[in-house]
Design a protein around this ligand. Structure first.
Ligand SMILES: C[S@@+](CC[C@H](N)C(=O)[O-])C[C@H]1O[C@@H](n2cnc3c(N)ncnc32)[C@H](O)[C@@H]1O
Length: 264
């Protein structure tokens, strides 16, 4: 068992990813991305697309979508899911293995999206800046960049010691039952959290396997994101606090930034 295995480097956590997040409030985001794509009226680039959870629904209504992700395991699941789609949807989706901090595609887009906290895996300011610069290069003039990060809960940041997560149980692939628990440590000075998660999977025959994984994220505050986007040449058009596009407020669960690249 490798306790420090980053969760996106493990084939099994990629297998379980969609099962784990099914019905989660944070993944009720697809209608928002669909609406933004409709407003953009052209092809969409999704960075850190993972298992194509968002990519495939975006392509179904007739839109071209490019999904880029660094993890071959997550992309393998995405390709498997894509094989189950009709030929027209398959033809509209391009999956690219790449790093969102340093990529070069032969296309410019009216919309780039980074859903579900994926931007938060970029821990260093330099990583974040490089990603935003890549986005600016891949947007058409007047194009929009939309990024969803979670709104940090002050009660978690100020908790004494680690914050306990779960336990929770959900049905996984192949009839496996997954019991998940973990704890999260907050590093206030560096605005980072480190979650250690334990997965206990029990097969229908009763055999149990345990694995542990680590996920490290940067947590952002509102004005940090706004300054960073502006410093990279974007105009911040909107900040939504949830997927219904309500204005951001103190108790909002999300921070969804919509930023525009200037026309010229
Ligand atoms: C929370 S998942 C989000 C997946 C998908 N966007 C979704 O909403 O379900 C984060 C994804 O970021 C990917 N990732 C991590 N670092 C990356 C990088 N530097 N460039 C591209 N993808 C990266 C991981 O492989 C993983 O698929």
């Amino acid at each position: 068992m490798k306790a420090d295995l980053n969760r996106y480097e493990d084939p099994w956590t990629a297998e379980v990813y969609d099962f784990e997040h099914e019905g989660n409030a944070r993944t009720a985001d697809v209608p928002l991305w669909l609406a933004l794509a409709e407003e953009a009226g052209g092809p969409v680039l999704e960075l850190a697309c993972g298992t194509a959870r968002v990519t495939i629904p975006l392509a179904r209504p007739g839109r071209e979508v490019t999904g880029l992700d660094m993890s071959p395991n997550m992309l393998a699941i995405a390709r498997r899911k894509l094989d189950q789609e009709g030929r027209d949807v398959r033809a509209r989706i391009r999956l690219v293995e790449g790093d969102m901090r340093d990529f070069s595609l032969d296309q410019r887009f009216p919309l780039i999206i980074i859903p579900f906290s994926a931007f938060q895996v970029l821990l260093e300011r330099e990583d974040q800046r490089r990603c935003l610069e890549c986005c600016a290069r891949h947007l058409k003039p007047g194009g929009r960049l939309a990024i969803d990060v979670f709104h940090p809960k002050l009660s978690r940041l100020t908790a004494e010691g680690a914050v306990e997560e779960g336990p929770d149980e959900f049905p996984g692939p192949d009839g496996v039952t997954v019991r998940w628990s973990g704890h999260t440590d907050y590093d206030i000075a560096n605005q980072r959290l480190r979650s250690r998660c334990r997965y206990e999977r029990t097969a229908s025959g009763g055999e149990t396997t345990v694995s542990e994984h680590m996920l490290e994220l940067h947590y952002f505050f509102r004005f940090e994101m706004e300054w960073m986007l502006e410093a990279c040449g974007f105009h911040v058009e909107a900040l939504y606090g949830n997927f219904d596009r309500n204005e951001f407020a103190a108790d909002s669960p999300e921070m969804i930034f919509v930023a525009r690249k200037p026309d010229a």
